[in-house]
Design a binder for this molecule. Structure first.
Ligand code: GUN
Ligand code: ZN
Length: 347
């Protein structure tokens, strides 16, 4: 999922996002709850109408954004207390309020409010409390959810890097039988080995027939490894954010097109890419070159827009290729080929 925090994927119109084949994008409850706010969302008839997007939306519940964005957020059993970034008034986001906002947003997948702390925290007791509280908050979310028949509520497994806490959490969450399951509390700077152990432990305990969503993951190498460990869905701001710094993701690694070596490079950003930027004119694309992106990327916002399209297209086609390889029973060979290409230029 590309991340459109404020109901807009920075630099793209929704037609352009559709052209990448995107079927599901992510919005944030915290941001939409502050602005335009619940009243406007109810009047407009939800986030699909607000942003003119007739495909699917997943909303994150808000707690994680507050804790990661606001130093002053304080978590109690009731919910997350914070000061409004607009006018400093004290506010409280409870599981019930998060669900009510997501009901007004009308997103197709809604996330439970969870108690998130950085994975690398050494405070085991706090980690255990956060895990247990996330289970209690899931119960409150299920109870508060008005439209279970049209909005799929996903639980979020917590427990930091402690595999025993993760196992306990999986057991409790799976028993609640939500339509999908997320693994949270990762992508916070933990070692890759720890990350893999947590994902592998959780996926081993989850039912086969439900989507497994690892939150906040988006480097191509992490997507490939996480699918190998049994995960299905991901979101990350990195592909779109890094585009704004002139970075293009390709099968052969990330290229920084601001580098002077691209000034006379008349190849497309990525040979064979189907995005409007790379696709030749004869196939209805713009047929632009690396030299052009290099030329505009520091000075004109269009460089960022073009690379945003390219990066979203890259990520979605990577996931499509992974899916095909899994379905055709050739995923191991796919992984070898992917890493040979992606890191090949380094060796
Ligand atoms: N985004 C990345 N990680 C998390 C998490 O643990 N919880 C929530 N709600 N969102 C996230
Ligand atoms: Zn492209």
């Amino acid at each position: 999922m590309p991340v459109a925090t404020q109901a807009s994927l920075k630099g793209l119109t929704y037609d352009q996002l559709k052209e990448t084949g995107c079927m599901l994008c992510l919005n944030n409850t915290y941001h939409l709850g502050l602005k335009p706010g619940q009243e406007v969302l109810d009047l407009v008839g939800g986030a699909h109408k607000l942003q003119g997007w007739d495909r699917n939306i997943l909303t994150d519940s808000g707690g994680f954004q507050m804790v990661s964005l606001l130093k002053l957020a304080k978590i109690t059993e009731e919910g997350v207390r914070f000061l409004s970034p607009h006018d400093g008034t004290p506010m409280l986001l409870t599981p019930e309020h998060s669900i009510s906002l997501q009901n007004s947003i009308g997103s197709d997948i809604i996330m439970q409010l969870d108690d998130v702390i950085v994975t690398t925290s050494p405070d085991h007791q706090r980690m255990e409390e956060a895990m247990e509280r996330s289970v209690r908050w899931l119960d409150r979310c299920i109870e508060a959810h008005k439209y279970p028949e049209r909005q799929n509520l996903f639980c979020i497994i917590q427990g930091g890097l402690d595999l025993e806490l993760r196992r306990k959490c999986c057991k409790e969450m799976v028993a609640r039988d939500t339509p999908g399951i997320a693994i949270g509390g990762l992508s916070g700077g933990e070692a890759k080995a720890e990350y893999c152990k947590v994902v592998n432990t959780c996926t081993g305990l989850l039912p086969d027939g439900k989507p497994r969503y690892v939150m906040g993951v988006g480097y191509p190498e992490d997507l490939v490894v996480s699918v190998a460990l049994g995960a299905d869905m991901f979101d990350c701001v990195w592909p779109t954010r890094t585009a704004r710094f002139g970075n293009a993701i390709t099968p052969f690694g990330v290229l920084n097109l601001r580098h002077g070596s691209f000034a006379r490079d008349y190849a497309p950003v990525q040979e064979g890419c189907k995005c409007p930027c790379c696709r030749p004119k004869s196939e209805g694309g713009l047929g632009l070159t690396r030299a052009y992106i290099h030329h505009v990327t520091c000075k004109e916002t269009v460089g960022a827009h073009l690379l945003t399209m390219h990066n979203v297209q890259y990520q979605l086609s990577l996931m499509n290729s992974i899916r095909e390889a899994v379905l055709e029973d050739r995923f191991p060979a796919f992984i070898v080929n992917f890493f040979e290409n992606y890191y090949g230029s380094l060796s």
